[in-house]
Every structure is written in structure tokens, then in C-alpha cells.
Design a binder for this molecule. Structure first.
Ligand code: SAH
Ligand code: SF4
Ligand code: F3S
Length: 490
């Protein structure tokens, strides 16, 4: 890496990151695209390949928004693309492997079509080792930019089109909050809305606090205006996004306004469904529970990552809660919202995890009965404290634990879904089922997928469906017409 690039870049470093300042974050407006850049994309097509979490999916919508303002149009295939951007995820090694595979594969296309611009952005770009590897082994990449400088894309793209060298701009320090970024939303029914950026939790296994910078909350008025606009445009559902939404507002110096307050205000907006992800159990306060219990458009689904059911493991993960505290919180939530659906994330095979410690996770799963869970084998991330912990658990053992955990979760999921047999649920109909165009598919308020036979005009609408065949991951049912529903008294 030459000096010019280094200017933009520092490797993930826990000590340095934890020292990150309390300087005030400014809120800037996205600069209108300069005239000389508005036509760069005329007659050109772009393709964005997105990996990772909803945050990345939403960033891709912003990138698409910027590109379309520059005159680019969406491409249907790699072959017809003039610009391919890979928006990457660094959360686990296999996520990174996929991206390197993809970059390697695209070399052929780039050789056949040298004018193609191939770029990489997202969380992997924030890692020095990744950028070095690309510089050394993948010289066919034209552009790398990070998660903090998406708004700089017009300038970077212009440079990449003119330069023969790889253009690399990665800010290791988060910038300010940029409002009014253009967006091309993928879906006309459901929208993602950022409420905050970054994460200050520093769980010892996790790369996100380094790739996404410190916590910065968007101003409530900006979030509320965005949700109001979406409601006006006919969106049926918004999902509020943050790595740790329960920390929303902690960084405000000019007001005392937290996530519970935000939810209480969003509750008053005429949008039928509001979700959020992800909440950290540590900051989940009573006020938020109280607000969620008012329901209305606030759905009764909470994704609450537990990670482990063992106190020693939770401690070395730096999750800052105990099993008991977690269970207490679950209890409180279930009391306030009796039909709540809880889902979770679990990591198995943490460095040194013993069989007994793993069994504590199994027993937590049995005790809470989550409706579903995302389960992962621990993956060491360079620069994080856990990557330096001694790990004597063989990979085969980790795989076997994951398998046992998944079997248990499947059993619980099936049981939970079975309880819905015969019930009528409200479904937001999203479209035809992928497997069979005669079947419609949508989701309940609790985010469960429901498949049923019904007329196509229901797409984009709410329908009532009686569950006739619950399965482990999905529910099959029959459409209940409004007239019948009144007869049942539903
Ligand atoms: N901010 C979210 C998590 C985002 S990452 C939260 O705190 O809930 C999504 C999930 O990936 C995490 O909940 C965790 O279960 C998993 N994960 C994160 N880092 C990991 C690692 N190094 N190895 C395996 N799984 C990991
Ligand atoms: Fe990672 Fe923990 Fe932050 Fe979630 S809360 S993004 S797991 S550091
Ligand atoms: Fe991956 Fe970055 Fe999201 S590491 S999970 S894309 S915040």
C-alpha cells in the first residue's frame, strides 16, 4: 500500500477504536451531484451484488440512488453491466471467502470487457488485510471505497473512469451523518430506514465496531420525516435499522430522547407495520417494553440475540449481561406482550467453549423457546480480542454442536408453528411464491412466511389467512375472505 492510500487507512485496532472521541457529530446534507457528473452514466448500466446484513442491503439502495442520479441504469446481468459493485460483509470468514471467489470469477469478464468498472465497497473494504490482498492479487479491481464515504461515490467513480490505477478511498474514521441521500428502494411495500450508524458495544468476537465506526444516531425529526414520507408513498412496512437500536439517542448532547421515545412517535404515523433490528439485550429498557406493549403498528416480534446461555462465555464475549438478566428481560417482555415472537442469534464453539457451557446454551433455548434462531460457528476475525484467545475446541466438535443446536431449534420452531394451526393471521402479501406462481406468499406481523392460494389482486395488500398446515419454517394456509371473516366474528 503506498503512502497516498495509507492516508485514508488504519487497520482495525481495539485500543485505538475504543479511544474514539466524543467529538460532536455534524449532520450534513448530501451535495447535489455536480452537473459535470450527472451524465457520466448515460447509456451505462450498473449491477450491485450485496452480501451481509440489512444495513448493507440498504446501503446498496443508497448506492443505486447515487448511480441513477449520475445517469446509470440498472443492468439485468453481469454481461450487460458497465459497472459492477460488490458490497461486502466481513462478519465471518465464509462471507469473505465468497467475495474473494466472486472477485476472482469476475476477472474473466473484466478481461473480455476492459472498459467494465469493477468495484468493492462495504465492510471488507474497511480491513487493511483485505485491501492489501486485493492490491497484490486482484489488480483487475478498479475501485475500493469504505462504509463511511459512500456519499463520495460520484467523485470516486469519475476518478476510476479516468485513471488506470486502482482508486482506493477508505476512511478509517467515521465521518458525519449525511442526510438526504438518494435511494432506489428495491421493494415498494417494505422499506429499510436507518436510525443509527456504527456500534460501540465491542463484543470481543465482532468486527462491526471497526468496520462501521462509533455509534451515531440520526436526528428524530429526520427519521420521523422519512417514515412519514414512506407512509405517504404507500409503503406498508418499515424496518428501523441499527446494529444496536437500543442505544439510539445515547449520543445526543442536546436532548434526552431514546429508542422508546422514537418508537412512541413512530407509533402515531399511519404506516401499518413497524419493525426494528437489532436490539442488544443490555440496553433494552422498561420504557421501550411499555411502548411496544401499546402495539398498533408496532409488531409483536423482537429479534433479541442471546449469543450464549453460559455466563462465563457471555463474560468473555463482553456481552455485559448474564443468563439470569437475559431471562429476566425475556420474562418482562412476555408478560407485557403475551403473544410476542422472539428470535435470536447464537454463536457456538467460542474459544475454549466446554460441553457443559454449550449445554447451558441448549437449556436457554429450551427455556425461552425462540420461534427461530440464526446460528453460527464462531469465526475468528483479525484484530478482535477473541481472535487472540486460546481455542482448543476441534472444528468437528463445533460442527456437531451447531447440528445439535439446530435440531433443537427446529423442534421448538415446529412446536411454535403448530400452535398456530386453525388460527387466522394477518398477512402482508408480497407476491407469488418462488416455487409455485399459483401460490401467494407473504408475512405475518411476527415475520413468519405464509403461503396460500388466493387471487393476484391481493399482492401488496393485507389478507387474512387461516393456518391449515404449519411447517418448521413456513406456514401454509387458506385465504379467508372478508365476508367470511365477519361471520366468524374475526
Ligand atoms: N448488531 C447485531 C449483530 C450483527 S452481526 C447484534 O448485536 O445483535 C449478526 C450476528 O452474527 C451476531 O448476532 C452474531 O451471532 C454473529 N456473529 C458476529 N460475529 C461473529 C463471529 N466472529 N463469528 C460467528 N458469528 C458472529
Ligand atoms: Fe457486533 Fe456486539 Fe455491536 Fe452487535 S452489539 S454489532 S455483535 S459488537
Ligand atoms: Fe456484515 Fe458489515 Fe453487516 S460485517 S453483517 S455487512 S455491518
Amino acid at each position: 500500500m503506498n503512502e497516498e492510500m495509507r492516508r485514508y487507512f488504519t487497520p482495525p485496532d481495539l485500543k485505538a477504536a475504543k479511544k474514539r472521541g466524543k467529538e460532536k457529530i455534524s449532520v450534513l446534507e448530501f451535495d447535489p451531484i455536480p452537473d459535470e457528473m450527472k451524465e457520466i452514466g448515460n447509456g451505462r448500466k450498473y449491477l450491485i451484488k450485496t452480501y451481509g446484513c440489512q444495513m448493507n442491503v440498504h446501503d446498496s439502495e443508497t448506492i443505486a440512488g447515487i448511480l441513477e442520479q449520475m445517469g446509470y441504469g440498472p443492468a439485468e446481468s453481469e454481461e450487460e453491466s458497465d459497472l459492477i459493485l460488490i458490497n461486502t460483509c466481513a462478519i465471518r470468514e465464509n462471507a469473505e471467502d465468497k467475495v474473494f471467489g466472486e472477485i476472482g470469477r469476475l476477472k474473466t469478464l473484466k478481461t473480455e470487457k476492459p472498459e467494465l468498472v469493477l468495484g468493492m465497497c462495504g465492510c471488507m473494504s474497511q480491513e487493511e488485510s483485505v485491501v492489501n490482498r486485493i492490491l497484490q492479487k486482484h489488480q483487475h479491481v478498479d475501485l475500493i471505497f469504505g462504509t463511511h464515504n459512500i456519499h463520495r461515490l460520484p467523485h470516486l467513480l469519475k476518478e476510476a473512469l479516468m485513471s488506470k490505477e486502482m482508486v482506493v478511498e477508505v476512511w478509517s474514521k467515521e465521518g458525519d451523518i449525511v442526510e438526504n441521500l438518494p435511494k432506489v428502494r428495491e421493494d415498494g411495500l417494505k422499506a429499510w430506514v436507518n436510525i443509527m450508524y456504527g456500534c460501540d458495544k465491542f463484543c470481543t468476537y465482532c468486527i462491526v465496531p471497526y468496520t462501521r465506526g462509533k455509534e451515531r444516531s440520526r436526528r428524530p425529526e429526520d427519521v420521523l420525516n422519512e417514515v412519514r414520507q414512506l407512509a405517504r408513498k404507500g409503503y406498508r412496512e418499515v424496518t428501523l435499522l441499527g446494529q444496536n437500536v437500543n442505544a439510539y439517542g445515547k449520543d445526543f448532547t442536546d436532548r434526552n430522547y431514546r429508542f422508546g421515545d422514537l418508537m412512541d412517535d413512530i407509533r402515531k404515523i399511519g404506516i401499518p407495520r413497524v419493525r426494528f433490528t437489532t436490539s442488544h439485550p443490555r440496553d433494552f429498557d422498561d420504557h421501550l417494553i411499555e411502548v411496544l406493549a401499546k402495539r398498533g403498528n408496532l409488531v409483536e416480534h423482537i429479534h433479541l440475540p442471546a449469543q450464549s446461555g453460559n455466563n462465563e462465555i457471555l463474560k468473555i464475549m463482553a456481552r455485559k449481561y448474564t443468563r439470569e438478566r437475559f431471562l429476566e428481560l425475556v420474562d418482562k417482555i412476555k408478560k407485557a406482550i403475551p403473544d410476542v415472537v422472539l428470535t435470536t442469534d447464537i454463536i457456538v464453539g467460542y474459544p475454549g467453549e466446554t460441553e457443559e457451557q454449550f449445554e447451558d446454551t441448549l437449556s436457554l433455548m429450551r427455556e425461552v423457546e425462540f420461534d427461530s434462531a440464526f446460528t453460527f460457528i464462531y469465526s475468528p476475525r483479525e484484530g478482535t480480542p477473541a481472535a487472540r484467545m486460546k481455542d482448543d475446541v476441534p472444528h468437528e466438535v463445533k460442527k456437531e454442536r451447531l447440528h445439535r443446536l439446530n435440531r433443537l431449534q427446529d423442534e421448538i420452531s415446529r412446536k411454535k408453528n403448530e400452535a398456530l394451526r386453525g388460527q387466522v393471521v394477518e398477512v402482508l402479501v408480497e407476491g407469488e411464491s418462488k416455487k409455485d406462481p399459483d401460490i401467494l406468499s407473504g408475512r405475518t406481523r411476527t415475520n413468519k412466511v405464509v403461503n396460500f392460494r388466493g387471487p393476484k389482486h391481493l399482492i401488496g395488500e393485507f389478507a387474512h389467512v387461516r393456518i391449515t398446515e404449519p411447517r418448521t419454517w413456513t406456514l401454509n394456509g387458506e385465504w379467508v375472505e372478508e365476508a367470511d371473516l365477519r361471520q366468524v366474528g374475526g
